[in-house]
Design a protein around this ligand. Structure first.
Ligand code: ADP
Ligand code: ZN
Length: 745
């Protein structure tokens, strides 16, 4: 036999079998092309399985993205075998594998970044999780003629006949031991089965079932538009606060269930919306799966399995729930679609809205984007006819939107009022309390920390690593940095001039609460902020006590602005609207309008009319004026005119190149290198230092690519990243790309 035919023989014998393409995480490779492995016969593998594979001398976790019966163009002798398959059933579906490939191109990152973002967070890499099982005893047909021996056996048979299948644990509690059950099994009268038990994260929530409400005309029209068979366009459900958007979602989901299809509901931050989860559970009970950052890994895994096995038909969760392994998807809802939390701020920097649109297209499913203050991007698309605009213009039961009073804080100071509460706000609080109603006070703390300042020389205490002002924490009496974990003691004298008048300024929620109690000793105040909700369950507890009327004033950060529905709240106060307005970001006006509208929407949702008081140093700003008048469209016109003039999104696309490193010099040099590479290719803003110039000891600079064609920007961005990888800067400076950034801080 010639060498040639020997080789052929070898091929026919060896090449038949199973091969898997696997993506593994290797940091030094810019692109993650898959590697081919042989699948040993005994392994149960599918596209979407997590696997462990040999790689060089190491073993790495990876994801199977393709299965084939030939090894492609690979040299057979070099092909290694998969070591093991991690999960009993694949965690991901084929659709999600395709999604990772699309997402990597759309957001200029690696497929592996998406694959890792998809699997339920907190699952230990490479570790097999299983649903818990219990042993259950059940009577067989033969049990009818059973001749039990002894009291225990008789008791067991009687119990099973009366009550149906029982777990061995509960039988043991009734004095029937495992040996008794086993001997019944031996006689063929009983069989013992394994039953999967899901850890149910909702069980502590006892919710009374709730029936669908009869819809208003506007609501039923919206529902009809969602179910228009001839039109798969996404629906932008533009409904004022309290107009009953959630009821529309609930009935749309119910209709989908009727058609045998499942739905995904995305909410901005699930930990902040327990009320929303309760409403879904009240309507759909066990058919709801919740994906939640505060679940244990086991709970999350179980919810994932319930979704994948089609045992849950509505998934509710934050951004990453858009990856839920739903196979018969009919509907994806993004509630509060304008919220920034839908954009992930770390790799993969995807926007849940875009992922939702992609998935919907795969399934022929509908997307509903709901908001009282749609993002400029979405309203712009509705204007162009890419989305169908559906309005809910009225609050339920003809309740009016609350009047908004704007208070000029400059005038308060001129008139000698130095309190954080203007006269108008404190009077409104007094009235609310005396009439037995409730108030919500918002303190937007972003950028408004209690900083420490020397009154003699003006020195502000800053973090040596991050260059942001340090925040004074009264509990620990320490100064803390917001961006890193730096802490220092409160200085008695100014470190610069030695002066003794160094004090903290600004206001935290705690200080507002204290001030409230000083002015209104009879008030019952609860606080909702990062400090008071750090422990699991606290958030819900605080809201429950407020709902039950145990407290009458709720003071909090942005958390109080979202989604709360308390009928007795008649007053909403905003301590200062300026903190959002003064953020160094082109969306500051939009953010301010959204925040004010959202929080104003918490007032007057019940039978009693509400009222809003907004304190500000910039009373004439168009965002504040529009919020005062509940006038989205005027705001939209003003804001979009400005964006158009500057050619900002939605009138262009942005791709942000963020350059960071520990040496400012090399960061700046790297920026010049990038600038050179980009010259003549597209419009570039910058390079310039980011508003947050230094975070965790790293200097941050940015360049912003701007253009009318996203595709073209992506091509340029990709080429830039590749060029940068092979440049001398790649070792010391980090370049990260953010497609359609939500924050430019
Ligand atoms: P949104 O989500 O638009 O802010 P919600 O769905 O929370 O509004 O509705 C506001 C309030 O009106 C809720 O208390 C809700 O139960 C109630 N509601 C909604 N739809 C109806 C309806 N068709 N009939 C009666 N009450 C309704
Ligand atoms: Zn710091």
């Amino acid at each position: 036999m010639s060498a040639f035919s020997e080789f052929e023989l070898f091929l026919t014998e060896e090449a038949v079998g199973k091969y898997a393409d696997v993506i593994v995480k290797i940091h030094n490779l810019p692109e993650d092309h898959p590697f081919t492995y042989r699948v040993p016969d005994h392994l149960n593998i599918a596209v979407g399985s997590r696997v462990i594979v040999p790689f060089g001398t190491r073993r790495l976790p990876g994801y199977c993205v393709k299965i084939s019966s030939t090894p492609g163009h690979h040299n057979l002798k070099k092909i290694k075998e998969i070591v093991r398959v991690v999960d009993e059933e694949p965690l991901l579906t084929e659709e999600l594998i395709h999604l990772a490939a699309w997402g990597a191109k759309r957001y200029l990152c690696a497929q592996i970044d998406f694959l890792e973002a998809m699997i339920p967070a907190g699952l230990p890499a490479g570790k097999t999780l299983r649903a818990k099982t219990l042993l259950v005893a059940e009577l067989t047909a033969a049990a009818k003629t059973a001749k039990a021996r002894g009291e225990k056996q008789k008791l067991a048979l009687a119990l099973l006949a009366e009550k149906g299948p029982q777990t061995l644990v509960s039988l043991a509690k009734k004095g029937i031991g495992a040996s008794t059950v086993r001997s019944l099994e031996k006689n063929g009268w009983v069989i013992i089965k394994e039953k999967k038990i899901y850890r149910n994260p909702l069980s502590p929530l006892e919710v009374a079932p709730q029936e669908p409400l009869p819809l208003t005309q506007e609501q039923s029209f919206a529902l009809k538009r969602i179910f228009d068979q001839n039109n798969l366009q996404p629906v932008l459900l533009f409904g004022v606060t309290g107009s009953g958007k959630t009821e529309v979602y609930l009935q749309a989901i119910a209709e989908m269930m009727q058609q045998g299809k499942s739905s995904i509901v995305l909410v901005p931050e699930i930990a902040l919306t327990p009320q929303m989860v309760e409403r879904f559970c009240a309507r759909f009970g066990e058919r709801v799966a919740v994906l939640h950052s505060r679940l244990s890994a086991g709970e999350r895994f179980d919810e994932w399995c319930r979704i994948k096995n089609n045992e849950a038909h509505v998934v509710i969760g934050a951004r990453s729930a858009v990856f839920a392994p739903v196979e018969n998807l009919g509907l994806i809802i993004l509630d509060e679609e304008h919220e920034t939390s839908y954009k992930q701020e770390e790799t993969p920097r995807y926007h849940a809205r875009e992922v939702a649109l992609w998935r919907a297209q795969q399934h022929g499913a509908k997307v509903v984007l709901g908001s009282a203050t749609p993002s400029l991007e979405s309203f712009f698309k509705a204007e162009k006819g890419e989305y169908e605009l559906v309005c809910l213009s009225q609050r339920i039961a003809g309740r009016p939107l609350p009047p908004v009073e704007i208070v000029d804080m400059r005038q308060e100071l001129k008139d000698g009022n130095k309190s954080v509460f203007s006269r108008a706000l404190s009077q409104s609080i007094a009235e609310t309390l005396s009439s037995g109603r409730q108030a919500i006070i918002l303190l937007n703390r972003r950028g408004y920390a209690t900083f420490v300042l020397c009154r003699e020389c003006g020195h502000v205490m800053r973090c040596p690593a991050c260059n942001v002002s340090l925040k004074y924490h009264s509990v620990t009496q320490k100064l803390c940095c917001h961006y890193c974990d730096h802490q220092e003691v409160y200085p008695h004298v100014c470190p610069v001039c030695g002066g003794r008048y160094i004090r903290h300024f600004g206001t935290g929620t705690q200080k507002v609460a204290e001030e409230l109690l000083r002015l209104f000793p009879e008030a019952r105040v609860v606080r909702l902020d990062a400090d008071t909700t750090a422990r699991k369950g606290q958030h819900q507890k605080i809201l429950h006590s407020f709902k039950a009327g145990k407290a009458n004033v709720l003071v909090g950060t942005q958390m109080v602005a979202k989604g709360l529905d308390f009928p007795h709240v008649t007053l909403v106060g905003v301590i200062t609207a300026d903190t959002a307005l003064n953020l160094p970001d082109f969306r500051a006006g939009e953010r301010t309008f959204q925040l004010l509208t959202q929080v104003a929407g918490r007032a007057g949702r019940g039978n009693n009319a509400g009222k809003v008081v907004v304190q500000t140093y910039a009373p004439d700003h168009y965002a504040i004026q529009a919020a005062k008048n509940h006038d989205y469209e005027t705001f939209y016109r003003e804001e979009s005119t400005k964006r158009k003039e500057l050619s900002y999104p939605p009138y262009s696309f942005f791709v942000r190149l963020l350059v960071s490193g520990t040496q400012e010099g090399s960061v700046v040099d790297a920026c010049s290198f990038l600038e050179n590479f980009l010259s003549g290719k597209c419009t570039v803003l910058g390079p310039s230092p980011c508003p947050l110039e230094k975070v965790r000891g790293r200097y941050r600079w940015q360049l912003i690519l701007s253009g009318l064609q996203l595709e073209q920007l992506l091509t340029i961005g990709e080429a830039t990243a590749r060029d940068f990888q092979s440049s001398p800067f790649a070792g010391s400076v980090r370049l990260s790309l953010d497609v359609e950034p939500q924050s430019l801080l």
